[in-house]
Design a protein around this ligand. Structure first.
Ligand code: EPZ
Length: 418
């Protein structure tokens, strides 16, 4: 079983390029099922989750090939409309394939998805939208049998009671080749949604308002594969910035898309980090002890992202004063707290609120990743801690970070995989 060994207390310094976004790659990989011909996805990060997404495509009859971080997908041979329970269990995004399979095959058999244990993560919004679009769905023992009732999915006006990222993506995938027009009200506005819409429009879709709360989709007959570059990963950029802030020093992040990071950058500045942006790049310098920020409440975009909450919490452990986190998106997203306290942090949790009393320093510890972002938080804590730390269950971190040890080592951190 692999683990990360981190020798903390070293300042970070240098330059690095932010990897492509996992949460944009996954729906775009699913979307390739709707296209004729060969797609080339550049800056597609090679991660456990994108590899699983390719396994799903292969199991459906599509061809996938990696050339460095470019992923080539040809979905012409798609001949199966069923995803196995085992593959559905491996990643939450497996459910995003449902909209595309239904659009392409008019039927699908899938299971409830797995993924990180950060809450109950229902899919009711996905299913009720599909039903409104003319899909008959029966559930039995975790298995979902879905069949388009007419000759095609039909467009519908859909009002989401919550701006779910996954539901917005799934509806988009079902709607782009549907009969007629679909309107999604209260759609998610996360940058990854806009990236998916940009990809689909490049393939010939007619989507208007991607990245806003009302998305209009005019169904088209067919889509043609294209060459596309995935957007930068804003949570990986957050992790690098928090790792630097925890260690001190200065870094230059290339391809970081600062406009997608506004909520995180605001907090880092409030804590005392010196941040400058140059086009798509970010320079960040940290010279003094950080201060606790005003209370942080996780919110849908453009609010503070839930995925950044554990990582920012690790940083706040050594900020002077009391930091407060309110987690409003997922009900079980404080599992990292128990592990962070092993470094000597002082965090209390009451329901959906975590209170962090800053301590002067953290000490190296043996800890275990609990989920993807909780695992990244442990790396940030270990970078700032005195002495050696060991982080086990690295498989969680590998779901979203392309060799996190190399990313921090390039910047002068001592992070080894053993
Ligand atoms: C996406 O998950 C991301 N995953 C998550 O990132 C991210 O935390 C989340 O969006 C919020 O930003 C991917 O893109 C692969 P949601 P998703 O549907 O689509 C409730 C990471 O670490 N809800 O917006 O699953 C749900 O329970 C991961 O990279 C329903 O009630 O998120 C939750 O409380 C973790 N019914 C809230 O909405 C539904 O049908 C947000 O979920 C769907 C969602």
């Amino acid at each position: 079983m692999k683990k990360l060994v981190v020798n903390g207390g070293r300042k970070l310094c240098g330059e690095c390029v932010v990897q492509g976004a996992k949460n944009s790659s996954l729906p775009i990989i699913g979307a390739t099922m709707l296209t004729n011909g060969e797609n080339i996805l550049h800056k597609c990060p090679i991660l456990e989750d994108t590899i699983t997404a390719c396994e799903i495509l292969t199991s459906l009859g599509c061809k996938t090939t990696w050339q460095d971080d470019s992923l080539i997908i040809d979905s012409d041979g798609l001949c199966n409309a069923q995803i196995s329970k085992c593959l559905m269990n491996k990643i939450r995004s497996s459910i995003i394939f449902l909209g595309a399979i239904l659009a392409r095959c008019k039927e699908a058999t899938v299971y409830f998805p797995g993924g990180c244990d950060i809450g109950s993560r229902p899919i009711d919004l996905h299913l009720s939208a599909f039903r409104k679009m003319g899909v008959n769905i029966t559930e039995c023992g975790g298995k979902l049998q879905c069949k388009v009732m007419g000759s095609k999915i039909y467009g519908a006006e859909i009002f989401l009671s919550f701006p779910s990222v996954g539901a917005t993506e799934n509806i988009l995938l079902a709607a782009v080749t549907a009969e007629g027009e679909t309107i999604i009200h209260n759609a998610a506005v996360e940058p990854e949604i806009e990236d998916l819409c940009n990809y689909l429009n490049k393939c010939g879709a007619k989507i208007f308002g991607g990245g806003t709360q009302v998305i209009k989709i005019e169904g088209v007959e067919s889509l043609t594969a294209c060459e596309y570059s995935i957007m930068p990963d804003r949570i990986v950029a957050t992790t690098l910035l928090c790792g630097l802030a925890a260690s001190g020093g200065e870094i230059f992040l290339r391809d970081a898309n600062p406009k997608d990071l506004s909520a995180v950058i605001t907090v880092l500045e409030e804590m005392g980090c010196n941040i400058r942006t140059y086009g798509d790049n970010i320079f960040c310098q940290v010279k003094k002890q950080l201060l606790a920020p005003p209370p942080i409440r996780t919110m849908p975009h453009p609010g503070f992202p839930t995925d950044a909450q554990p990582i920012m919490m690790a940083l706040c452990c050594i900020a002077r004063g009391t930091s407060i986190f309110v987690e409003t998106i997922f009900e079980n997203r404080f599992r990292h707290v128990f592990e962070l306290n092993k470094f000597g942090a002082s965090i209390r949790v009451e329901d959906r609120v975590a209170v962090v009393e800053g301590v002067a320093k953290l000490n190296g510890a043996c800890v275990s990743a609990t989920d993807l972002r909780g695992g990244a938080a442990l790396v940030v804590a270990a970078l700032s801690a005195d002495g050696k730390s060991e982080i086990s269950e690295v498989r969680y971190i590998d779901r979203g970070y392309a060799k996190i040890e190399e990313q921090f080592s390039k910047l002068g951190g001592s992070v080894l995989r053993v």
